[in-house]
Ligand binder design. Sequence first.
Ligand SMILES: *Cc1c(COP(=O)(O)O)cnc(C)c1O
Length: 411
Amino acid sequence: MSASDSPWGNTRLPADVRLDTLAVREGLPPSQWGENAEALFLTSSFVHPSAEVAARRFANEEEAFVYTRFSNPTVSMMERRLAALEGTGACIGTSSGMAAVMLLVMGLLKAGDHVVCSRSVFGSTIKLLQGEFGKFGVQSSFVSQTDVDEWKRAIQPNTKLLFAETPSNPLTEVCDMAALADIARSAGAWLAVDNCFCTPALQRPVDYGADLVIHSGTKYLDGQGRVVAGAVCGSSELVEERFVPVMRSAGMSLSPFNAWVVLKGMETLSIRMQAQSARALALAQWLEAQPQVARVYHPGLASHPQHALAMRQQNGCGGAVVSFIVKGQGAAAARANAFATIDATRVCSITANLGDTKTTITHPASTSHGRLTEAQREAAGITQGMIRVAVGLEDLEDLKADLARGLERLS
Ligand SMILES: *Cc1c(COP(=O)(O)O)cnc(C)c1O
């Protein structure tokens, strides 16, 4: 059942309530029992009153829940809430962020179609587009995150989709969504934006002309590193016509339990994003002053190349991810210094995940970007001295002390 044309959703809510209210209240269905919290419907199928009614429901002549691969009340609550936050008419939950990218491509494209995608998107997105969808005849070109002219030049007559992610991981490069939306519109293509790093609490891609928004619910939407989940948000028409049929057949469905965790996580999304983003900026400013640090990447820093654009697009917040490069004579020494800094931490978790209330620390060159060749990494600016910190909710002074412990010992 799509969120858009069903009685689903909080019908008591005034139409003009704001994001923080929607995050807590939207998606609650009229309840049979009067429960105040969102109910978890752990059921694979739904019972019909008669064979006649079952036939109508299977033929889509009557809306109802049928089978959890197609839809489920808890999943619908999450979809409804996320669609409200993103300002899209509808949303469809998926089993992971990557399943959302897969659903997006399967729903929109066919063999012979072409995608223009930023070179700085999540590594698995590049692998999925180029490797897996390449096998089925979908062509992809990869372009600079920040050079709008390169996007324009990459457009072909068969270009159907522009795909961006902003800010990027781990360099926090910011792309100009309004400029990309213009290019997409002139090319008759859709613009999809992976909004994992900012979430609608900081940035709503549809406000800049994006047609579709992708989420890994695994990150800030859950917010506490518990489940893997994803979503595609878009107009009711696109979701109904393009994605619901693929979901029914291909089954990259979101588990009701995971949907429930994300649904509850979204209630604190805005407050977490603001608090984690503020800590990240303060940590970035402190890192910039450390003699062992060569460079710091955070969109909130005045030294960030797209600082003004980021502040405009991201509601004045830089996001919660900070990357920095420790000094070192040559790649091997820089890597040893990065490892020593990471290994000296006692508060941060050494893990590549992000979006958690627990601060995570990782060495991109040997983990998330370890499958690239040294030349590809150099071209991408991901050097051996780079460390990425996804800042959580611990006390800022404890985080500074945690990084200082290793940095102070570097030669
Ligand atoms: C993690 C991530 C994904 C993939 O999400 P999963 O839930 O791990 O499948 C996609 N895009 C971005 C930006 C991510 O950080």
